[in-house]
Design a protein around this ligand. Structure first.
Ligand code: 13P
Ligand code: SF4
Length: 306
């Protein structure tokens, strides 16, 4: 009798499907994935895989982004109700109003947004390429950046570029305060502290000046650890990132900044739901073609910048 992992594996082959999962997915979901990545890496994988179907181990906006990029593939969100506080913080009507108040502004939206918001956007970015995207824009133009005000503040601090910011936050990373980072730096002087730029402390110059602190997207943290001679790392992001960090670096020590840094929305994707998508086509992502075409443009521009 096949167990659930064996059934998933057989159905994947029968359906010519791949499972893409974010590093914040539950460890058992990460373990059945064909590819793991951060938001940027997963967008690239969705664009390049030659599978006919993608099962997305992540929240809904991620599966939707894959469906925008790959219209010729069937894309499934096993947990269609898996939301994101950032994506929920702005809708297309509110974004249009913001644009009307700043008619000359360039709209840069974090990839954590709905297809309808991307359709109103000039450039998308992820945490991995946000600085690069902003630096690529003409200096004499106003920039409206949303919805993550912490990432926006971080980019302004790094680039020196002023931007108008939307006031959304990731409810998980917004818990990460400057005080928590300063405490960790004092407690673990021999560790590197890796912080996601969605954190509340991301624009704090006192934190940015600490010698052992680095800001990275999730995949950036994995690259930093594999290229570092250090033995100990404080991880200031969603705690299931540590699952992959430990697998790739069994000899190193990972200290979660706080056990509460858990995205419950990501954990809505379970093996049972992945199986239901493969077996019965549950959670297929369907986007109307006009929204999809408009939403593709800012994603393409982002992927071209890097
Ligand atoms: P990255 O995947 O860009 O690291 O973003 C993290 C995140 O919160 C995704 O929802
Ligand atoms: Fe959204 Fe934050 Fe969860 Fe990522 S970790 S999906 S940004 S709520």
């Amino acid at each position: 009798m096949e167990n659930i992992r064996e059934r998933i594996s057989r159905l994947k082959k029968e359906r010519n499907a791949v499972i893409l999962a974010h590093y914040y997915a539950a460890p058992e979901v990460q373990d059945v994935a064909d590819f793991l990545g951060d938001s940027l890496g997963l967008s690239r994988l969705a664009a390049t895989t030659d599978a006919s179907a993608i099962i997305f181990g992540g929240v809904h906006f991620m599966a939707e982004t894959a469906a925008i990029i790959s219209p010729e593939k069937r894309v499934f969100a096993p947990a269609p109700d898996a939301g994101c506080s950032l994506a929920d913080s702005v809708d297309a009507a509110a974004l249009r109003k913001w644009k009307e108040a700043h008619p000359e502004g360039i709209i840069v939206s974090y990839v954590n947004t709905t297809a309808a918001v991307k359709a109103e956007t000039d450039y998308c970015c992820t945490s991995a390429n946000a600085v690069k995207v902003i630096q690529a824009l003409p200096e004499n133009r106003e920039i409206l950046f949303g919805p993550d005000r912490n990432l926006g503040t971080h980019i302004m601090e790094i680039t020196g570029r002023k931007m108008e910011l939307w006031s959304g936050v990731c409810t998980v990373h917004d818990e990460i305060s400057s005080g928590m980072i300063l405490d960790a730096a004092a407690r673990y002087p021999d560790a590197d502290i890796l912080i996601h730029p969605e954190a509340a402390c991301s624009g704090d110059s006192e934190v940015l000046q600490l010698g052992s602190v680095y800001f990275y997207s999730t995949a950036g943290m994995l690259s930093h650890v594999s290229g570092s001679d250090k033995k100990k790392f404080v991880i200031a992001t969603e705690i299931d990132t540590i699952h992959q960090l430990r697998k790739e670096n069994p000899e190193k020590i990972f200290i979660p900044l706080a056990p509460s840094l858990l995205c419950n929305e990501m954990k809505k994707v379970t093996l049972d739901k992945i199986l239901a998508s493969l077996e019965h086509g549950e959670g297929e992502v369907l986007i109307d073609s006009r929204t999809r075409e408009r939403a593709l443009l800012p994603i393409r521009r982002m992927l071209e910048i890097g």
